[in-house]
Design a protein around this ligand. Structure first.
Ligand code: C2G
Length: 458
């Protein structure tokens, strides 16, 4: 029986709608205009960057402030709110006493679950206009060539599909070997061999995914002819080389980014922000570990000069250390256990001492340990469990063991899409160096790499 208390609501008819409203266009304007006409009072929810990232919208151009201003400027919204989490629509409808929920017809059916709270209306989407089109019209498609058709290349190729505004045109491999064939067939993408200069001439940017030893050279040659470069880690093996590459990129006015995937993940960014926010007090120690029992025949397990635990995985472990404690360490100690047969370091511990803090990087290739990141502070600590370098969650813990703040963040696919997105965004909008991994941080990594190689060679 329907209770007599379910009576008709008095007052103005309230309508609510949500969107990113990036690069505000006629489709958005018409949606808001028609939404307003459905009632007396229109509430517009504008999404935060963080929420958009979580739902897979990676390349929003305008800041939330601009997006809100643009909605406001239409004059249709009586109230503007911010949408930052899943499930918020249900809360808002009840909180604001909403009568009608409106969304464009591209969402047809998707929000039917809201019908138990209010009326749900899908308005016909304005044809032939979208933020993606405006974005792509504003900035031309950036073509990328992949250097090296090894294991990472196909994964990178697949991830690039999720970033709009870019297209992988071809790959380069010095010889027509088996990896080149596998890549060509799997990705349906041409592979050029032999002439690197010719390959470079056809693309705007390159992603260097060749063996470690060749990163510097391929990167330098690409920068020299004015190509943007996203280079796999480690980009260089000495401070001099690393500095030279960043200077060259600046001189040529192109973007150079070191491809340490973790640096660009929303979850890792959140972890850094939480650590810096003071909730764990002053940061006193950062311990980061990455170990892998890789195929004994693989390059990282056999290349005595450019493979081994530290050169393969050290970029990951140094990243949170430099991000959280900075670059002014005053002492460094490097210890390795060498594999006598292959000549690689199978286990390396790097200890850094700062004025009032310390850090440890533990890497293993053929030695297994707990792969975790622990950031210790004066009020609590952050624990990110393996695989923390593909950050999707972490905990903040305190003296009171019952009190745990758990953070979850979106992590999609292999995680390469976030660095590709940052790369494309930099090329299109701002140029220069990303704050997510600065040239100074990248050069400091090369410094530790250089010291490691000196220590190892002794
Ligand atoms: N829209 C439209 N016509 C277009 C483009 C967009 O009617 N040519 C509508 C969309 O259907 C949506 C609104 O404009 O209702 C905002 O679109 P976006 O900014 O793309 O936001 P969207 O990702 O659809 O966010 O919580 C977020 C919302 O659920 C939807």
């Amino acid at each position: 029986m329907v209770s007599k208390r379910t009576k008709k609501k008095k007052g103005p008819v309230k309508v609510i709608t949500y969107g990113t409203f990036d690069l505000f266009h006629e489709g958005h304007r018409r949606l808001l205009e028609r939404a307003k006409l459905l009632g007396d009072y229109l509430i517009v929810g504008v999404t935060t960057d963080h929420f958009d990232e979580a739902r897979g919208k990676l390349n929003t151009v305008d800041s939330i402030v601009t997006r809100i201003e643009n909605v406001k400027a239409t004059g249709f919204a009586d109230e503007i709110i911010v949408e930052d989490h899943i499930g918020q629509k249900i809360e808002d409808i009840q909180k604001y006493g909403v009568d009608i929920f409106v969304e464009g017809s591209d969402w047809e059916g998707y929000f039917d679950y809201l019908r138990q709270y209010c009326k749900v209306v899908y308005l016909k989407r304005t044809p032939n206009i979208s933020s993606t089109q405006v974005r792509e019209g504003r900035s031309k498609i950036i073509t990328i060539g992949i250097v090296g058709t090894g294991r990472i290349a196909p994964r990178f190729f697949e991830e690039a599909r999720y970033v709009s505004g870019t297209q992988i045109l071809s790959a380069y491999n010095p010889t027509k070997d088996e990896t080149a064939d596998i890549f060509r067939v799997r990705c349906q993408c041409p592979v050029e061999s032999g002439d690197y200069v010719k390959f470079l001439s056809k693309v705007d940017a390159v992603y260097t995914a060749s063996p470690n030893a060749t990163h510097y050279d391929y990167t330098k040659r690409a920068l020299n002819v004015g190509k943007h470069v996203l280079c796999e880690k480690p980009m260089a093996f000495t401070v001099k080389e690393s500095e030279e590459l960043y200077d060259l990129a600046e001189k040529k006015g192109v973007v150079l980014m070191e491809g340490i995937r973790t640096a660009y993940l929303p979850g890792f960014q959140q972890l850094l922000n939480v650590a810096h926010s003071g909730v764990i007090g002053k940061i006193v120690d950062v311990e980061a570990a990455f170990t892998r029992l890789a195929d004994p025949k693989s390059r990282e397990m056999t290349d005595a000069k450019y493979g081994g635990a530290f050169l393969e995985f050290g970029s990951y472990t140094l990243l949170p250390i430099f991000k959280l404690l900075g670059l002014d360490f005053n002492d460094i100690r490097i210890d390795s256990i060498m594999n006598e047969k292959t000549g690689i370091d199978s286990y390396t511990k790097v200890r850094l001492k700062y004025d009032n803090a310390m850090a440890t990087s533990k890497t293993g290739a053929g030695v297994k340990s707990e792969g975790q990141l622990v950031v210790s502070g004066t009020r609590g600590y952050i624990l990110a469990q393996s695989p923390w370098w593909l950050t999707s969650s972490f905990d903040v813990r305190y003296e009171d063991a019952d009190k745990v703040d758990h953070y979850e963040s979106s992590f999609k696919g292999d995680g390469y899409r976030y660095e590709i997105n940052e790369f494309i965004t930099k090329i299109n909008n701002t140029g220069g160096i990303t704050y997510k991994l600065t040239a100074e941080e990248s050069i400091a990594m090369a410094e530790v790499v250089e010291r490691f190689m000196e220590t190892r060679n002794k």
